[in-house]
Design a protein around this ligand. Structure first.
Ligand SMILES: Cc1ncc(COP(=O)(O)O)c(C=O)c1O
Length: 388
């Protein structure tokens, strides 16, 4: 009976043309990837600064494994917290200016912890409509009130926010530095001002901002002139621009001390590999000093935007590394993605439920590794496939 329900759901997904599957890559390296022996130019990863296959990170990972071992051997409050974790947490706090940092094995787990541990049943939780699944899922488990405001719409947020907080009832506003599917950003300074006038706390997921935006890659909050103390809690991960894997939460000592005591994903989950922590530290050093990586990425973004505008491609207006080309129909998005593949270009089609119905798209991601020729080829092929 139970199994029949699962089979029906699988059939329905297939009939709707929404079935997803992983492709097995034998190599994903810089600007190219290899699938079934064929090389493609990769416009789908999140390795914005071309760090994931850096020999320096490979070396750091191997040295970390030799010094600390591969696995952490336990949860952080048992045997899982090594000097490698303490050094990484201290380095993140110093780089970004937060009082304290806690490490997690994924951004999904960090977001779940952030929302589940920092809210009480009396609180009002307000999320941007296009928030990542990890935030939405955590918010759906919130036993108090939860509402979603129109994407990046401060007036809509203002309508939902109570004038003031009371001793028992607080409002928490959650947004992202760069939205993962649209690639755009909220006006964080204006959102902070609104939160401050309404006694609301601002929480930020900066998965796609850390490393890419602001001086030394400190993230979207820094690029928009916010201070660490303006954010009640900050989440960013190591698996995007930093090219490794894992995540962290940062905030005031009180907030992070509290999560350390009450955050169940933190307390009851095996800590991040210490070898990985050493690799992340190396990555942070490169992110901070290799300004050329951000410069090259920005050059590639500007170049893509110029060519895409000239070609009349239906791109959203974001100015970052994530460029969405809206196709609308899911089957058509898949077909365009396949036609690009035949021409040696890898761009994944993103379909509902990851994006709202009717907005299936190609999610193009740009990296410091791309050459101008790659971008020219992508635009030319898109023009042929979409506009001819
Ligand atoms: C905005 C955002 N938040 C959180 C996550 C989850 O991070 P992780 O991949 O480290 O679990 C992602 C990853 O897709 C993301 O795009």
């Amino acid at each position: 009976m139970q199994r029949m329900r699962l089979e029906q759901a699988l059939i329905a997904r297939q009939q709707q043309g929404l079935q997803r599957q992983s492709t097995e890559f034998s190599q994903v390296h810089g600007r190219t990837l290899l699938a079934e022996g064929k090389a493609y130019v990769n416009f789908s990863g999140n390795d914005y600064l071309d760090l994931a296959s850096s020999p320096l990170l490979q070396q750091a990972l191997s040295e970390g494994a030799q010094q600390y071992g591969v696995g952490s051997t336990g949860s952080p409050l048992v045997t899982g917290y090594h000097s490698a974790h303490a050094d990484l947490a201290a380095e993140l706090a110093a780089w970004l200016g937060f009082e304290r940092v806690l490490l997690f094995s994924s951004g999904f787990a960090a977001n779940q912890t952030m929302l589940s541990s920092l809210t009480s049943a009396e609180d009002l939780l307000l999320l941007d409509k296009l928030s990542h699944a990890s935030l939405i899922d955590a918010a759906l488990q919130h036993s108090g009130r939860f509402k979603r405001f129109a994407h990046n719409d401060l007036a809509a947020l203002a309508r939902l926010l109570p004038e003031t907080a009371t001793a028992e009832q607080h409002s928490l506003v959650v947004t992202e530095g760069v939205f993962s599917m649209d690639g755009d950003s909220p006006d964080l300074a204006a959102m902070l001002q609104l939160c401050q006038t309404r006694d609301a706390a601002l929480l930020l997921d900066d998965a796609h901002g850390l490393g890419v935006l602001g001086e030394e890659g400190r993230g979207s909050w820094f690029a928009q002139g916010l201070q660490p103390s303006d954010l009640y809690c900050y989440m960013a991960n190591f698996g995007k621009a930093l090219g490794v894997g894992g995540a962290f939460l940062a905030g005031s000592r009180t907030v992070i001390d509290y999560i350390e005591q009450f955050g169940r994903h933190y307390v009851y989950s095996t800590a991040l590999s210490p070898a990985l922590c050493v690799a992340v530290r190396k990555s942070i050093a490169l992110v901070r000093t290799d300004t050329w990586r951000r410069d090259k990425l920005n050059e590639n973004i500007q170049y893509f935007r110029r060519l895409a505008t000239q070609a009349g491609l239906p791109c959203l207006t974001a100015n970052g590394a994530i460029q969405a080309i809206i196709i609308g129909d899911s089957a058509k998005a898949l077909s365009v993605s396949q036609q690009l593949r035949q021409q040696g270009i890898w761009v994944t089609a993103i379909r509902p439920p990851t994006v709202p119905p009717g907005t299936a798209r190609l999610r193009v991601t740009l990296s410091a590794a791309h050459h101008t020729d790659d971008i020219q080829r992508l635009i030319k092929t898109l023009q042929q496939v979409l506009l001819c």
